[in-house]
Design a protein around this ligand. Structure first.
Ligand code: ARG
Length: 568
């Protein structure tokens, strides 16, 4: 990576000057008007050696100015008070590094040399309920993080972890019996009708709710009739969900559910018991997960109710026992709503205490809520969370109304653009933050939107594809103007943007990068008239720059789960 080259150059000079230092860090300049990159570590060095940063900084800079191959790196190097080394890169250095990216199938992004196994838990829909807007974030964010980790070269196993054994199943089974229905009557229309009905009834009527809970418990205990109905509900519901996930291009290696953890509950209980972690509290079994230095009191984890029923935390623990056995993972990642952070803290601490898996191997990746204009969770006019399918339809409608849209666009391309609208709007946000759902804003072709990125991509592809006799993979050592230089520097930022996304599990770093890249690409394109350019070397260079830009856009979009259309 380019930054590493600068870092090792400066580090070697610092060592030559007699300082024993860890790697000197180089960062992107926060004053791009003054320089491209800067090194602030002079301060650290001054502190360690009790010296004046001015003195150290000046001597490092003087040495840098003296290196034989100065031009191979820099146009300008300057020491700036009180302790910064400012660097402006030479055209040769920029172009050599662009060539590295051009010739690397990973675009300069370093593959891991230690392949680890990740298990990812995202999606998590509850069977028998339709997928709504709330399920979109976990699906998109989870799929994107999965692709980013894979791109880094790790092994990822994804599990949807269905909520398939909870109260809603008891409610639906109760409804089936109440309405005199049987196995063969269960289809998606029936589920769409019965679940909301039963859910409303149970809110009003505690007796019925209790009956539904009993059915759920009997199901979990193996009641054969209920098991048969449950299997059918599962099958019908999953078939419907699969269509939505397919539309979103979100895929899971396993469609396991909470029910799959049941065979591991006994074993989990024994593990907790042998570590003396189970305590009785009002007839229930709980695990004390508090630490002495907790700032806020953490309530105990509820493992088993007094009636013997297991809970959300128990199945999550048992699932971890199962995953450790099946996959021996180095990391288990959960992409789940922010509101479940306490639950996961309890589960992770319990795992650690019971030596099931170390705390630092478990990561809770919370995400914020999709809100309406009023700042509250996004609802339809009638007050429910909108179904995902309806959001797709809405986006499609808005899209087809646009005058910019070509009239003979294919359905497959429309679907890709719809996907870009929803996904880019979501992934450009820091995942932990809430955002306001504004589908017409998200569909604009101008602005920080999916369509803007796709439009930029198609525009430059068109230029490249219409030109003949271009010598790809060939770049001279020139840079022709500021627009050109800015775009090339941005191309060089890619590995950093990727690493930030990977390390923090935040796809927003990639979305942000893509947007900036596209803004500079458009400025470049508007100010440099490639088609009419008579200087053939220049023309060739520019087309190569656009070509690598288009490859980066396509590749990074795929990490955001967005596919490029042929036209729009
Ligand atoms: N089904 C859960 C819900 O709807 C989400 C599951 C998340 N994953 C987990 N292992 N708990 O809230």
């Amino acid at each position: 990576m380019m930054i590493e080259k600068l870092e090792s150059l400066i580090t070697s000079i610092v060592k030559k000057l007699g300082f024993d230092t860890p790697n000197m860090r180089v960062i992107k300049s926060n004053r791009p008007d003054l320089c491209d990159y800067q090194c602030d570590d002079v301060f650290k060095l001054a502190k360690t050696y009790h010296k004046n940063p001015m003195e150290i900084g000046t001597s490092i800079t003087d040495e840098l100015l003296k290196i034989d191959d100065f031009d191979a790196y820099f146009k300008k190097v300057e020491f700036v008070k009180p302790g910064f080394i400012n660097m402006t890169l030479s055209d040769t250095f920029i172009n050599n590094n662009i060539k590295d990216i051009m010739h690397d199938e990973k675009l300069g992004i370093k593959k891991t040399n230690l392949v680890e196994t990740y298990v990812m838990d995202y999606g998590g829909p509850n069977v028998a309920k339709p997928l709504h807007v709330g399920h979109m974030r976990t699906a998109i964010v989870g799929e994107s993080i999965k692709r980013i980790i894979k791109y880094k070269g790790h092994k990822v196993i994804s599990d949807i972890h269905l909520g398939d054994y909870g109260l809603q199943i008891g409610q639906v089974i109760y409804g089936i019996k109440e309405e005199g229905k049987s196995l063969s009557d269960i289809d998606i229309n029936f589920l769409d009708y019965i679940y909301p009905k039963m859910s409303a009834i149970c809110k009003e009527d505690a007796d019925i709710k209790e009956k539904c809970a009993t059915i759920t418990k009997e199901l979990q205990d193996g009641n054969e009739e209920y098991q048969a109905l449950w299997k059918k509900i599962l099958e019908v519901s999953c078939e419907d969900m699969r269509k939505i996930y397919d539309y979103l291009d979100v895929h899971f290696d396993y469609w396991y559910g909470e029910s799959d953890a049941y065979p591991y509950l006994e074993e989990t209980k024994n593990i907790l018991d042998s570590h003396h972690l189970l305590q009785e509290s009002e007839g229930a079994l709980v695990v004390d997960v508090s630490h002495d230095d907790d700032k806020k009191e953490l309530p105990p984890l509820l493992f088993q109710k007094s009636n013997g029923a297991y809970l959300y935390a128990s199945t999550d623990l048992a699932t971890i026992v199962e995953r450790v056995k099946d996959f021996n993972p180095d990391h288990i990642l959960y992409v789940v709503d922010n509101r479940q952070s306490l639950h996961f803290e309890q589960v992770f601490r319990t795992c650690d205490k019971a030596d099931i898996i170390a705390y630092n191997k478990l990561e809770y990746l919370g995400y914020g809520t999709v809100n309406g204009e009023d700042g509250k969770p996004y609802k339809t006019r009638s007050g429910e969370a909108p179904k995902l399918q309806n959001l797709f339809d809405q986006a499609k409608e808005i899209l087809l109304d646009k005058k910019e849209m070509s009239s003979n666009i294919t359905t497959s391309d429309i679907d890709k653009i719809v996907n870009s609208i929803l996904k880019f709007a979501d992934l450009q946000n820091n995942r932990e933050r809430d955002y306001i759902f504004d589908i017409s804003k998200f569909s604009e072709v101008i602005g920080k939107t999916g369509p803007y990125i796709l439009y930029t991509y198609l525009r430059i592809r068109k230029i490249i594809d219409n030109l003949s006799s271009i010598n790809f993979d060939n770049l001279s050592n020139n840079i022709y103007n500021e627009y050109d230089r800015d775009l090339r520097l941005k191309i060089l930022d890619l590995p950093q943007a990727f690493e930030s996304a990977f390390n923090s599990r935040m796809p927003s770093f990639i979305a942000e990068y893509l947007y900036d890249l596209c803004v500079l690409t458009n400025a470049f394109y508007q100010n440099n008239h490639i088609n009419n350019e008579e200087d053939l070397v220049k023309k060739n260079d520019w087309v190569n720059i656009l070509n690598i830009t288009s490859i980066i856009i396509k590749e990074m979009l795929s990490l955001l789960v967005i596919d490029t259309p042929k036209a729009m």
